[in-house]
Design a protein around this ligand. Structure first.
Ligand code: ZN
Length: 923
């Protein structure tokens, strides 16, 4: 489904992915393992880098102090073959060095490793320390991992800065290293750059000087400047050694950066800590809010965790080189679009930026101060940062942000949707690079965040935070595993084995549905079973159970927590009109009521009674939409309920409704035209009044809630083509065409709104409108509106233009690079008129597309291209091509999604069509 592709793309936009080649090291018996042997550990890195932005190249020199754990003469470390190494030495503590010759080492380009054998010279005994010295050079990468070029905003096309991005395993593309999160090392960094540039790293610079012929330079510096004329046009910046930290947290940047500066006061340290946002001047204007959030949330976290942020400064480096953010310690790097905000973009975008910034700051503790021992526990970092930013402190930053509420939409529902198909547990072994990609998917981030919040709810937030605090203190500057956290939380909890509870939710795939049946006036039967949206896949035989926190409300004002471990229980509750489970949607499960319960919930949903909170009403609708998809309720029950949305003010209810309507539209893509139009008419009826109230642009002083509702309904408004919106969209497209000078367009609208409007202008326009969008895309392919323009192109309803787009994809004139390819394909697939020719085209060109996508985006691409198909014929032909048990996990999700659609249509399409026809007739 198109929705799923968006989920995956959003994941991509979080910016954690790297591109990996396969590996072949051995640690635990598997020969595809990516881990290094443990005979050697790094202690300190003394690293110097000279960056030449004009030549788009860097030179590096380093001295790594290492220690032998066992008697050994073999040193294996990581080093990509992009590194042209011209000096390699092993030195002992007496500085007696041994030159590593060709026959003493082996490089494995596929695994990106370097193996040195010192047998000719020396065998190291346990605890021996020695030093590895390297010098190398490499082009600065034009990709999005390693040491990467970052286009200078507001400068000519040829002007670049450079920033690093190592997580998870790209440090090896920048310097020879032991590129694993454990054990931690101390880092001393020296950066040499041209005089007019700024050097930044994790620590605050301790010295900086211009380099002249007579300047005294260190050994490492000398290795880097031997061949250049030192006439003062270069400078060297020194950063003092860091506390122990993991390699993936190391960062630096060199470029034409400007800054805005501030500070916060740390009560624990009793001192003022500098904060700043750095960016190219043209990019700096939207960053004030980012700086403000850093200043506000850092001291908040300090008091919540009882542990100070330990570095001398906290800087944010905004770059247009990638989307999302990386939490490098003391020097967070983030996509400048993701953190830019200005008044006209409204409160909803403001909340999004706040949550993004607060997430990366939370990682300064959870990921940086304490780091997972290995990538199989990365979920805990991500879950925690999400829980901290969107859960713990969201409401503290601003009550109106409603972050507790959107938790349900952005994390719980997002992951449940995927987790109800063929899924995998949160914790899966990560031994090879294909598995590494699942360490960064929706299950990791969003199911992780949902499960962590559920655990905090079960033990109580204060108790949970006490455990977090002792955990952070105990494991500061070192590595830990999930159990270490549960053990610390357990110290403060009576009668619950926290580790056992957590294991049940993190080590088995999927989640349960609880069926609630009222047996007598005061007695209910509750049954749990794994919830799967695909009927044919339901297997009750394996008897999976979960410890389910029931979070019930018995009578108004009285709630209770009970953990259901059994498959089935009976509950007797006096004075309860209706048992409502999973209040506040803190539990990671769905609830299905019997007829009596459904009628009660429906009535209270429609009347917006105070018996149900907004979250509970949304949860009811989310469950219902999922049950419609899986055949547990008729789809028309949902359509009927959603007729009552006029006047609805709850964000999550709108989210549930909008997601469902977009899915239904996607499902109906091959149904007769009249039926698609009837669906359009129904949707227009659902959203028209709300759109008339709130319009397309943010009103002065509106709340984040209103802004978020606008974000949710505009795609529906644009799809059904409400005339006033189409008119405004065409006006905007024309205005943009004339002037793209302002970074966010001529109107100060969020980029997401601009995209929906451009899409609508193209969808309801003619060839001229399409040409306008094409010119906009071609004018500024790296600008902030480029993606919006590109994605609008695929919305045309003209078959001739659709063919033309596909031809342009063939001959390479429309886009190059994977991400633009993805965006245009996503756009075409989401357009019912273009979907069939695009799928046909993609099947012919699949090898080419997958080569572009590389390992990590492959599943995203496959899912985006094929999940929205909905016929048995399509499913059969995919299986014929890729096999019943395809090697790529992404295809299993594709098969599942298509099967769900096939079953859904077979079961419900006639009733839906009939119902829509009746409604149309009745109006
Ligand atoms: Zn994160």
């Amino acid at each position: 489904m198109a929705g799923m592709f968006l989920v995956s793309l959003a994941q991509w936009a979080l910016g954690i992915f790297g591109i990996f080649g396969p590996s072949s090291d051995v640690r635990v018996g598997s020969d595809t393992s990516i881990r290094l042997p443990q005979n050697i550990k790094p202690l300190t890195y003394d690293l110097a880098v000279r960056t030449d932005l004009e030549a788009k190249r860097f030179w590096g020199a380093e001295a790594i102090t290492i220690q032998a754990n066992t008697e050994t003469h073999k040193i294996k470390l990581h080093a990509g073959c992009n590194l042209d190494i011209d000096l390699m030495r092993v030195c002992d503590v007496d500085q007696q060095c041994w030159e590593v010759r060709e026959h003493n080492y082996k490089r494995n380009c596929e695994a990106r490793t370097l193996s040195i054998d010192t047998e000719d010279w020396h065998v190291f005994q346990p605890n021996d320390t020695f030093v590895l010295v390297f010098r190398w050079t490499s082009p600065i990468s034009s990709g999005s991992d390693g040491y990467i070029l970052s286009p200078d905003v507001g400068f000519p096309d040829t002007s670049f800065s450079a920033v690093t991005r190592f997580e998870p395993i790209e440090a090896r593309a920048v310097f020879p290293s032991f590129d694993e999160p454990s054990p931690k090392s101390s880092w001393t960094i020296t950066l040499i750059g041209r005089n007019e540039t700024v050097n930044l790293a994790n620590m605050e610079a301790s010295s900086e000087r211009g380099l002249y012929r007579n300047t005294e330079v260190s050994t490492l510096e000398r290795l880097l400047v031997e061949e250049i004329d030192l006439n003062g046009s270069w400078k060297s910046t020194h950063f003092p050694s860091t506390p122990l930290m993991s390699i993936n947290n190391v960062a630096w940047g060199n470029g034409r950066f400007n800054r805005i500066k501030s500070s916060y006061f740390s009560k624990i340290r009793n001192e003022t800590i500098s904060t700043a946002v750095y960016a190219n001047l043209a990019d700096l204007s939207g960053q004030n809010w980012t700086l403000e959030i850093m200043d506000r949330v850092t001291p908040l976290y300090e008091s919540l965790f009882g542990v100070a942020f330990p570095l001398p400064k906290l800087y944010w480096l905004a770059t247009p080189a990638f989307g999302g953010g990386i939490e490098h310690w003391g020097l967070i790097t983030g996509g400048s679009d993701s953190s830019a905000w200005s008044e006209g973009q409204g409160a909803a975008s403001k909340a999004t930026v706040a949550s993004f910034v607060a997430h990366e700051v939370a990682h300064q503790w959870f990921a940086n101060l304490v780091t997972m021992s290995w990538w199989d526990d990365v979920w805990l970092n991500e879950a925690f940062a999400t829980y901290a930013s969107d859960g713990l402190i969201g409401p503290v930053i601003d009550e109106d942000f409603n972050t507790w509420k959107t938790y349900q939409d952005e994390h719980v529902e997002k992951s449940m949707t995927l987790d109800a198909l063929t899924s995998h547990p949160i914790i899966t072994p990560i031994e090879d690079e294909a598995q590494l990609s699942t360490a960064f998917d929706t299950i990791t981030y969003d199911k992780g965040a949902s499960v962590l919040r559920m655990i905090a709810e079960v033990v109580g937030e204060n108790v949970f935070l006490r455990g977090v605090s002792t955990y952070l203190q105990k494991f500061a500057y070192s590595n830990a595993v999930g159990k270490d956290l549960w053990d610390q939380v357990s110290l403060h909890v009576n009668g619950l084995d926290v580790a056992e509870f957590a294991d049940a939710w993190t080590k088995q795939a999927g989640f349960p549905v609880v069926q609630v049946a009222k047996l007598r006036s005061d007695t209910y039967r509750l049954i749990q079973a794994r919830y799967l949206v695909k009927n044919t896949g339901i297997s009750q035989a394996n008897n999976q159970t979960w410890p389910i926190p029931l979070l019930m409300k018995m009578t108004p004002g009285h709630s209770a927590m009970l953990i259901m471990n059994q498959t089935s229980i009976e509950l007797t509750l006096a004075n309860t009109e209706q048992l409502v489970l999973n209040r506040g949607r803190r539990g990671y499960y769905r609830v299905q009521y019997d007829q009596i319960g459904f009628a009660w919930m429906r009535e209270h949903f429609i009347s917006r009674s105070s018996e149900l909170s907004g979250v509970d009403r949304a949860a009811f609708l989310y469950d219902l939409t999922s049950f419609a998809r899986s055949g547990r309720v008729p789809t028309v029950d949902v359509l009927d309920l959603q007729q009552y949305l006029t006047g609805e003010t709850d964000v999550s209810v709108w989210n549930a409704a909008a997601t469902f309507l977009l899915d239904l539209r996607s499902l109906f893509w091959e149904q007769p035209d009249a039926e698609q139009r009837a669906l359009d008419q129904y949707v227009a009826g659902v959203v028209a009044e709300t759109y008339a109230d709130i319009g397309f642009a943010a009103q002065h002083n509106e709340t984040a809630r209103v802004g978020k509702i606008r974000q949710l309904i505009l795609p529906l408004v644009g799809w059904v083509g409400i005339p006033s919106f189409v008119q405004e969209s065409k006006k905007l497209a024309a205005a943009l065409h004339n002037d793209t000078s302002s970074p966010h367009g001529v109107l100060d609208l969020p980029v997401t709104t601009i995209r929906v409007m451009l899409e609508s202008a193209v969808r309801y326009g003619n060839e001229t409108d399409w040409q306008l969008a094409l010119t906009l895309w071609n004018k500024d392919r790296h600008g902030s509106l480029a993606t919006a323009a590109l994605r609008s192109l695929g919305q045309t309803q003209d078959p001739a233009i659709i063919s033309k787009i596909l031809e342009m994809l063939d001959d390479g004139t429309l886009v190059d690079g994977m991400i633009p390819h993805l965006y245009i394909l996503l756009s075409l697939i989401s357009n019912p008129t273009a979907r069939r020719p695009t799928v046909d085209w993609a099947l012919i060109n699949l090898n080419k597309i997958l080569r572009l996508a590389d390992n990590l985006l492959r599943d995203t691409v496959l899912s985006g291209l094929f999940s929205s198909l909905s016929s048995q014929k399509d499913l059969d032909s995919l299986k014929q091509r890729f096999g019943d048990k395809p090697a790529w996990r992404g295809l299993l999700t594709v098969y599942d999604s298509i099967e769900v659609s096939v079953e859904w249509l077979a079961r419900d399409k006639e009733r839906i069509a009939k119902w829509l026809k009746q409604q149309a007739g009745a109006e």
